[in-house]
Design a protein around this ligand. Structure first.
Ligand SMILES: [Zn+2]
Length: 253
């Protein structure tokens, strides 16, 4: 009763002020409630995202290593080998050691080793003739090979640079895996300085339709590398390393 008494005594202006104050408090409470709801929804979404990420991580971890292995389209693995340069295009040279010959020597040895293991081999360049990039790509893609390995020599203005490097296209995880397997086995078999497995920007690895790796087997600008590359035993060890790396990257059924 007292309250009603007081309200009756209030002026209309006072009553309006009180009503407005009450509305403001209600609005403020509603606003705070909305914020609490938004925070809750946000936390829920973050929790769901986190759980999703964890599941994704576990699935990747479980399926991870196997999915980078190379599978065969036909049952028998078909391996394309590309000896760099040829004909008038001799590549780099160091004295008597010429890149187009080194690449052909190593590829021929590699061909023999892989065929001996029961794989089908396609030589992209078969003799000492010049071949354009386009012809190499066309032959590689038409071959329907399961993978391709291109062989080159390296070159640097710095004559002390030496060793072997394997290059792959950054967008292909099978190529990356193949590159890592080749590089590891090549260094182990030949004792070459390890230039690592790296992303590289070459047509023969980026424009081919199969997993592909370009191996620079040694620097022709380095006298030590060049004399090794001219040596038959060393070429054999390089070829053996590359063959082992290729075979390790295959998913045999
Ligand atoms: Zn080259």
């Amino acid at each position: 009763m007292e309250r009603n008494e007081r309200e009756r005594q209030m002026s209309p202006a006072e009553r309006r002020r009180r009503m407005e104050a009450k509305k403001r408090r209600q609005k403020e409470r509603a606003r705070k409630k909305r914020i609490r709801m938004l925070i809750l929804i946000g936390m829920g979404a973050a929790a769901i995202a986190l759980i999703g990420l964890i599941i994704f991580g576990i699935v990747k971890l479980v399926s991870g290593s196997g999915s980078s292995e190379i599978t065969s389209k036909s049952g028998t693995f078909v391996i394309a080998i590309d000896p760099g340069h040829g004909g008038e295009d001799i590549g780099r040279s160091n004295g008597e050691t010429v890149e187009k010959n080194v690449t052909m020597d190593i590829c021929t040895k590699l061909e023999t080793m892989l065929e001996g293991q029961g794989y089908q081999v396609i030589m992209i360049r078969e003799d000492d003739s010049r071949m354009s990039k386009e012809d190499r790509l066309q032959k590689a893609n038409e071959s329907q090979a399961d993978l391709l390995v291109s062989i080159h020599g390296g070159y640097s203005e710095d004559s002390s640079a030496s060793g072997a490097v394997s290059y792959y296209d950054k967008d292909d995880k099978q190529s990356k895996y193949l590159s890592e397997m080749i590089q590891e086995a090549l260094v182990k078999e030949s004792g070459a300085s390890d230039g690592g497995s790296q992303e590289g920007n070459f047509n023969i690895v980026s424009d081919t339709e199969m997993p592909a790796v370009l191996v620079e087997v040694g620097y022709l600008s380095n006298d030590g590398d060049a004399s090794s590359l001219a040596d038959d035993t060393y070429q054999n060890n390089i070829a053996k390393g590359i063959a082992k790396g290729i075979i390790k990257s295959l998913k045999e059924s």
